[in-house]
Design a protein. Sequence first.
Length: 298
Amino acid sequence: MSRKIPMLQALHCFEAAARHQSYTHAARELSLTQSAVSRQISSLESFLGVQLFQRTRHGVLLTPAGASYARQIAARLDGLERDTLDTMARQGGGGALQLASVPTFATRWLMPRLPGLAEQQPDIIVHIDAYTKPFMFADTEYDAALYAGTPEQLARWPGTRATLLMHEDIVPVASPRLLAQRSSWQPQDLLELTLLQQSTRPGAWRQWFDAMQVDGALARYGARYELFSMLSMAAAQGQGVALLPRMLVETELARGELLIVCDRPLRGKRAYYLITPEAAHEKLALQQFRLWLQGEAA
């Protein structure tokens, strides 16, 4: 049965023109004439029976239908390009995974371990994009996502399967020179130091002090940073004490750039999960990646 799919050249011209909002710029990018781009888009509009651009005195503007179609086509063309490059790079062997991940977990925990994956599974190649929020897999080219969240948040992510990797144990860390003034630190002693804050978790210090049965009423004061990576850098530079998941500062702890002030972790509500579509069939590379991740997390 023949497929109802336009010619690739017409889609390519349309995507470029939609991105630039200009036939002229699209033609320059594609090394075509403006009239050639115009003909391709006109043929695409005839094929669809839908007007994609509105012609104006100053150029062209996407119609609402054109804007919607452009978003879909751009994602499909990106996926087609990735698949083509993967096939060329792997000589047809397959095994490429497109992964969305919360950024700090990817850079701090996953990427240092990927050489081990390459040794165990040399046919698997992992592409990673930073992504912090749930999304619909059907609208993207992602095979899986690494996500940090609570069970309540997972319950609101329909059509997915969640594999628990690890819980988030939070510990206070600081630079050795900041801690040199005292040989040992108790939880109440931390109130004498600058408490670095994470702007997305304003109550973190208060929760930690409450768990230690210490009055932390003044625990909201201190410089605020959005990302864990910013907090760890600030702590390593001696700006104060930061509350961080232990697994995200493994490197700094091993190198002695950070020390755990009080080894009394707080089990956070969030945990780290591998999220995959709830599908009947799953590619072999993803199954192998899940098993490897679980082994590393354990």
